[in-house]
Design a protein around this ligand. Structure first.
Ligand code: PMP
Length: 455
């Protein structure tokens, strides 16, 4: 009863992110009422395994009392302190220091945002200010990668390369350029070396075409998330980083999804053996308990901006930059990661990959890919031709609904890709259940008359 009236109120008043307004009105909201560990409970008291950690963010899992206590204690003591006017608070200072200690290379300076989108947007502003400080304000062109996602602020959405974020919004801007994704499964090039060489050549050609003295920065996710969990060949990220260094343009790693243990180490850049000039994070930083993002700046970026501005204020910041409650949560979450969750995530990730690989024999599974607790399977109607499920069968909602019926929350991409990003706290049994339930979903999908009609 309560649930029914909430569904109606939601329909009338709550605008949902990245949704078809009309589609959502027709389907109605599914309300979650509780969660513990890797399990969420809905309004009908059904328990589901959250194979997507909310929105690839609840990396630590739900229901950690120590995190709740850290937030409550901070709220009691000092719920808010601005960072303006040279003010500050203990928690964000400690958090910045802890993060700098663990970050790759000399990423020693941290600017806290409210989430991933405004972290990306902040980097765009910092990059502009960096080149302005160096006396090269004409370096105002940005390059990112097709299928990439860099948030949905107006500037970030232009770096994002998913059509739904552009159409009707007047982006990308003319200063935002793209190169092709590595997308190995659908790449006509076969070997890793060929794919890497082609991407480097395309980036260099793009810089040449724009004008080498005009390019400010290259943005990349170490593993593309929202584009369908696209894992580059080993060495791809490093080759792109090296090419940027060679051309003298800034390299920005967007680790909003891949950070905080999602792929194994604390940051994915570590296993790629690179140090970006700037790095963005969010999501796992607070494990989704409260909003927060972070921009990591290398020494030379920070120093250049500091020297450029001199006594003037660098005019960028938000009321809630470095929020003490978010910082207190992040400090506690970091303890949980290092107290065993990273390690468990690595074991669970290996088991997840092994389990999903075991689904490769299924007639609908064209590709299985991933790293750590970040994975995907790509569904096709013809394995040899790699034919995607047609949009007419509405793969995203159809597959999401079917998984939900089986007690599994997954991300279902429009192209017929299942995305997995379970909490790092998953037990091996829960991982096995994720895989078993996925097989059931695939079997049921194969029996679905509308799917059969397109096979
Ligand atoms: N960058 C990347 C790589 C992301 O995956 C996301 C969110 N999925 C963002 C930026 C934007 O983060 P947020 O949704 O917290 O604004």
């Amino acid at each position: 009863m309560l649930s029914n009236s909430l569904v109606e109120l939601d329909r009338r008043h709550l605008v949902h992110p990245v949704s078809s307004f009309r589609g959502h009105e027709a389907r109605g909201v599914r309300i979650l009422t509780g969660a513990k560990g890797a399990t969420v409970t809905d309004a009908e008291s059904r328990e589901l395994i959250d194979g997507f950690a909310g929105l690839w963010c609840v990396n630590a899992g739900y229901g950690h009392e120590s995190v709740v206590e850290a937030a409550a204690e901070q709220m009691r003591q000092l719920p808010y302190a601005t960072g303006y006017f040279d003010l500050g608070a203990e928690a964000p200072i400690k958090l910045a220091a802890e993060l700098a200690e663990r970050a790759p290379g000399d990423l020693n300076h941290i600017y806290f945002s409210l989430g991933g989108s405004d972290a990306v947007d902040s980097t765009i502003r910092f990059v502009r200010y960096y080149w302005y400080s160096k006396g090269q304000p004409e370096r105002d062109q940005f390059i990112s990668v097709e299928q990439g996602y860099h948030g949905s602020t107006t500037m970030g959405a232009g770096l994002t390369a998913l059509p739904g974020f552009h159409e009707g919004f007047g982006v990308p801007y003319s200063w935002q350029h793209k190169i092709s994704s590595h997308y190995t499964y659908r790449n006509p090039l076969k070997t890793d070396a060929e794919i890497i060489a082609a991407s480097v050549a395309e980036l260099k050609a793009k810089v040449e075409a724009i004008g080498p003295e005009k390019v400010a920065a290259f943005y990349v996710e170490p593993i593309q998330g929202s584009g369908g969990v696209l894992v580059p060949p080993k060495g791809w990220v490093k080759a792109m980083r090296d090419a940027c260094k060679e051309m003298g343009i800034l390299f920005i790693a967007d680790e909003v999804i891949t950070g905080f243990g999602r792929t194994g180490p604390l940051f994915c850049c570590e296993e790629e053996d690179i140090v970006p000039d700037l790095m963005t994070t969010a999501k796992g930083l607070t494990s989704g308990y409260v909003p927060m993002g972070a921009v990591f700046m290398s020494d030379h970026v920070y120093e250049t901006i500091a020297e450029g501005a001199g006594a003037k204020a660098v005019g960028h910041g938000f009321t809630y930059s470095a929020h003490p409650v978010s910082a207190a949560v992040a400090l506690e979450v970091l303890k949980l990661y290092e107290g065993g969750l990273l390690e468990n995530g690595r074991k669970a990730g290996a088991r997840l990959m092994e389990g999903l690989q075991g689904l490769s024999d299924h007639p609908l599974v064209g590709d299985v890919r991933g790293r750590g607790m970040l994975a995907a399977i790509e569904l096709v109607t013809d394995k040899d031709k790699k034919t995607p499920l047609p949009a007419s069968v509405q793969p995203a909602t159809r597959l999401f609904d079917r998984a939900w019926e089986q007690g599994l929350v997954i991300r279902s991409f429009a192209q017929g890709i299942f995305g997995y990003a379970p909490p790092l706290c998953c037990t091996m049994e829960e991982i096995d259940q994720i895989v078993d339930r996925t097989r059931k979903v695939l079997d049921l999908t194969l029996e679905d008359p509308e799917i059969r009609a397109v096979l």
